[in-house]
Design a protein around this ligand. Structure first.
Ligand code: URA
Length: 216
């Protein structure tokens, strides 16, 4: 699996990342959501460079232009609820795509241990399509994988793009092991070293769902 880490190249994305992580700036929920969305837009542009294209004749008011347009059936999938602003960023660019939604939540067994439960799935057919599965925080990788497993009930995609804003190294290693190697690409804006005892990414940014939408 190819892993692309945007943090290796300086761009304006680093400014958005520093605002997402900053304990004071992240208190502004609207800015927090918009920064997730802006990173989704930048990643969508990069993912779009890997798609297949077909040339098309376009009638302008003054003549005919030839344009290359994407030639893939894209399904953009996300995991509730933290994934919504990131999904919106991708959707702003892939506005012709189909959309899928999966719910995943942590059911705590005690103070620290939890299982991830998938309860809701709304997805079009996936057979032979390009799946872009976006989840801003790739911690253990388990919810990303369980979401994918749930989506497989709708068919097998031909190509898979996984996108995260911050991934823990452990999550990267897990998805590299669990997803089909030859057809999956993992896109991350940063890869952080660790997880704490509650499986939150360190240094990370905190709880992306709470910071986007308020505490549960
Ligand atoms: N989900 C989050 O919102 N943050 C983490 O650090 C891990 C999972």
């Amino acid at each position: 699996m190819e892993v692309i880490d945007f943090n290796k190249t300086n761009s304006i994305l680093n400014q958005f990342m520093s605002e997402l992580r900053d304990v004071n700036i992240q208190k502004d929920q609207m800015r927090f959501r918009r920064n997730l969305e802006r990173i989704g837009e930048i990643m969508a542009l990069e993912v779009s460079k890997r798609l297949n294209y077909v040339t098309k004749e376009v009638q302008t008011p003054l003549g005919t232009a030839i344009e290359s347009v994407p030639d893939e059936n894209i399904v953009l999938a996300t995991v509730f609820r933290a994934g919504l602003p990131f999904h919106q960023g991708f959707h702003n660019y892939f506005d012709h795509c189909e959309n899928a939604f999966v719910s995943a939540y942590r059911k705590y067994l005690d103070e620290v241990n939890f299982d991830i439960h998938i309860e809701y799935l709304a997805s079009p057919e996936l057979e032979g399509k390009t799946l872009i599965l976006v989840d801003p925080m790739l911690a253990t990788g388990n919810s990303m994988y369980l979401a994918y497993r749930a989506l497989l009930s709708k068919g097998t995609p031909s190509t898979i793009h996984l996108a995260s804003v911050i991934a823990a190294q452990q999550g990267v290693d897990y998805v590299c092991k669990m997803f089909p190697d030859e057809k999956t690409t993992l896109w991350c804006a940063a890869i952080d070293p660790g997880l704490n005892s509650h499986a939150y990414i360190v240094p990370g940014l905190g709880d992306a769902g709470d910071l986007s939408f308020g505490q549960k």
